[in-house]
Design a protein around this ligand. Structure first.
Ligand SMILES: [Zn+2]
Length: 235
C-alpha cells in the first residue's frame, strides 16, 4: 500500500517497508517520481520534513532519472504510428500503391505499398536505405584516422537484436540498421568504436586511448545510447 503527499510541486509517494530498519530509501523512478521506502512506524510528517530539507538534491536526482528514461519504440510499425528517426519522430502515412517505397516529408514518412500489412516491411527497407547513406558518410568522416589510410573499410548493415555494431576478426564491420532510430552523434560513436577495433580488437586501455583521442566525450555518448536499448526489440 502506498500513500502520497505534496511538497511544492513534487508529488511524493511513500510506503512502509518492514525490512527497513532505520533509513528511508529514496527511489527515483524513471517517470520523474519519487518513492520513499520507509521503516515501519515512520510518520508522514517526518517524511515531509525530510523531503523539504533535501528538495534541491531530490530535484536534481529526479531530473537525472528522467534523462535516463528509456525511449520506447512503437509496438508495431503501421499507418499512423510514430516511429523514431535520428533522435526525433516521424509519423507514418500510408497510401495504397502498387509500387512500394517511402519518402520523408517534414515530420511524416509517406509510405506507398499495396497492403497495410506491408507498411512495416516498407519502412524497415527505408531505414536500410537511409542507413546506406548515413553509415557511409560517417565512415568517410573518419578516413583521416591513420590506421584507415589506404584502406577500404569493409562494412555492411543488418537488423540485430543484441548489439549496435560488431567487428569480426578479419576486419568486417557490421552496423545495426536500428541505429537510424537514435541521434546521429550516438551513431557516430558506434561507428568510431568499430573503426577503432580495426586497430585494436579488444577493449583494452590502448583501445580506449584511441577513443579518448578522437572522441573525448565517447563515454557520455555510450551512456546516452543505453536509453535506446529498447529500440533493439522493436519492429
Ligand atoms: Zn567493441
Amino acid at each position: 500500500m502506498s500513500n502520497r503527499f505534496r511538497v511544492e510541486d513534487l508529488v511524493v509517494e511513500w510506503r512502509h517497508n518492514a525490512r527497513r530498519k532505520r533509513n528511508v530509501g529514496f527511489v527515483f523512478q524513471p517517470g520523474g517520481h519519487l518513492l520513499l521506502d520507509a521503516p515501519p512506524r515512520t510518520r508522514q510528517s517526518e517524511l515531509e520534513q525530510m523531503v523539504r530539507e533535501h528538495i534541491r538534491w531530490i530535484r536534481h536526482r529526479l531530473r537525472r532519472a528522467k534523462d535516463e528514461m528509456p525511449e520506447h519504440p512503437p509496438l508495431r510499425i503501421e499507418d499512423g504510428a510514430l516511429i523514431p528517426y535520428l533522435g526525433s519522430t516521424l509519423i507514418v502515412r500510408w497510401r495504397s500503391s502498387p509500387r512500394a517505397g517511402a519518402e520523408r516529408s517534414g515530420k511524416s514518412l509517406l509510405v506507398r505499398c499495396s497492403r497495410g500489412d506491408d507498411v512495416r516491411d516498407t519502412v524497415r527497407q527505408w531505414y536500410r536505405q537511409e542507413g546506406e547513406e548515413l553509415f557511409s558518410n560517417l565512415i568517410a568522416g573518419w578516413e583521416h584516422l591513420p590506421w584507415l589510410k589506404r584502406r577500404q573499410v569493409d562494412w555492411r548493415q543488418r537488423y540485430m537484436k543484441s548489439q549496435w555494431g560488431s567487428c569480426s576478426a578479419d576486419g568486417r564491420i557490421c552496423l545495426n540498421s536500428h541505429l537510424l532510430k537514435v541521434p546521429e552523434e550516438l551513431v557516430d560513436y558506434v561507428v568510431l568504436h568499430e573503426l577503432c577495433h580495426l586497430k585494436h580488437m579488444d577493449h583494452s586501455r590502448r583501445f580506449h586511448g584511441l577513443m579518448d583521442a578522437h572522441m573525448p566525450d565517447w563515454d557520455r555518448r555510450r551512456r546516452a545510447l543505453r536509453r535506446y536499448l529498447s529500440v533493439l526489440l522493436g519492429d
